[in-house]
Design a protein around this ligand. Structure first.
Ligand code: G6P
Length: 360
């Protein structure tokens, strides 16, 4: 069944491997008989009426929200903010006239997110929850729900739910764009199908990625993930994943920001992961990689096909520019998995962490 390990040694690797299947399921669930994108009409109405979106989430779901913002703003032209749920109460932004709150939560039970939902409901604002668990608290209490269809996620470190969140956010933003008559030359569903194939090919390269772990992380105590544009957000998730299960200190940084302080931490042999999937910033991130290399860093470049250079550690298949996070994150998931495994850690149940945090 969905919740049994079968032949897999850990839930995390099982769930990483399920990602192509999850993508196919989402493509199917969010498409009508004519192959058009399909979401509930009440949700379309909510999105049409909103003048600004406020995405609220925690942890990995927050990182998915950052990518979602790009879709809503670049495709649909709807201003979007992303907030860490636990901070929203203190640093409440000025709200627009017709805000729509979007809660992203794998479990639908995160207390920090629920606290925001309770508060904004009292104030009379509209809400939409994007969750993997139908009937969960955040789903029941919000006006509307979109389901992730990722199947049960058991490993504490979230993998397939993140990919599902990004795919569902992309679909939701593309529907919003369509309703607002924004022209697009992209057929999202066929691009998502290409993404699915690309994810499969990364998964088939698991052995190669395990070798990367041996070359870069076997003795590491700390490491950095750099990227620009969407690759920066994927770096944040890569760093979180690695910390959670390998206990290696890892930080995600915008490529250009590293030199404003953090580069002081680079020593001989410090591993730095640099991601380059965005043509417009490829040169800049390459030069950031050079800067840290010149200070002794052991730089591992992951690039997209077409942007690869000699010496890159891994090349992901080419997919649409806006959808690269769905593929590149899988490389980081596998790196984290093998790093934890080689250290003899409990991959599925890392110390001090809970799958869903139901206290504020
Ligand atoms: C916990 C989990 C994380 C997760 C976060 C948000 O901290 O360990 O993996 O990203 O909660 O959970 P949610 O269910 O709201 O997405």
């Amino acid at each position: 069944s969905d919740t049994e390990l079968g032949t897999y040694p850990h839930y995390m690797i099982k769930e990483i491997n399920e990602q192509p299947q999850v993508m196919r399921k989402i493509i199917k669930e969010y498409q009508d008989d004519n192959g058009d994108l399909k979401i509930d009409k009440n949700i379309i109405k909510q999105l049409n009426e909103a003048d600004r979106l406020y995405i609220i989430a925690a942890g990995t779901s927050y990182h998915a929200g950052l990518i979602g913002k790009e879709y809503f703003e670049k495709w649909a032209g709807v201003p979007t903010e992303v907030h860490v749920a636990s901070e929203f109460v203190y640093n409440t932004p000025l709200l627009s006239e017709n805000p729509l709150f979007i809660f992203i939560s794998q479990s639908g039970e995160t207390a920090d997110s629920r606290a925001v939902l309770v508060d904004i409901k009292e104030k009379g604002y509209k809400s939409l929850t994007i969750t993997n668990v139908p009937g969960s608290t955040l789903s029941r209490e919000a006006d509307e729900t979109l389901i992730l269809h990722a199947g049960p996620e058991i490993a504490v470190a979230s993998t397939k739910a993140y990919v599902a969140q990004i795919a569902v956010l992309a679909i939701t933003a593309a529907v919003t764009a369509r309703e607002l008559n924004k022209v697009s030359d992209m057929n999202l569903m066929s691009e998502l199908a290409k993404v699915t194939t690309a994810i499969t090919s990364v998964i088939e390269d698991a052995d190669k990625i395990e070798e990367i772990v041996k070359s870069y992380l076997e003795t590491a105590r700390n490491t950095f993930f750099i990227g620009r544009a969407m690759d920066y957000y994927v770096g944040l998730e890569g760093a979180l994943k690695l910390k959670e299960i390998s206990y290696i200190q890892a930080e995600g940084f915008a490529g250009g920001e590293l030199k404003h302080g953090t580069i002081a931490l680079i020593e001989e042999g410090t591993p730095v992961f640099a991601l380059s999937t965005q043509e417009k910033v490829d040169l800049n991130i390459r030069s950031n990689a050079q800067e840290v290399k010149a200070r002794g860093a052991n730089v591992c470049v992951v690039a997209m096909e077409g942007l690869e250079q000699e010496g890159d550690a891994y090349v992901i298949p080419r997919v649409d520019d806006m959808l690269t996070p769905l593929v590149s994150v899988v490389v980081y998931q596998l790196i984290s998995y093998y790093a934890a495994l080689h250290r003899g850690n409990d991959v599925d149940k890392p110390r001090n962490l809970a799958k869903s945090v139901t206290v504020e």
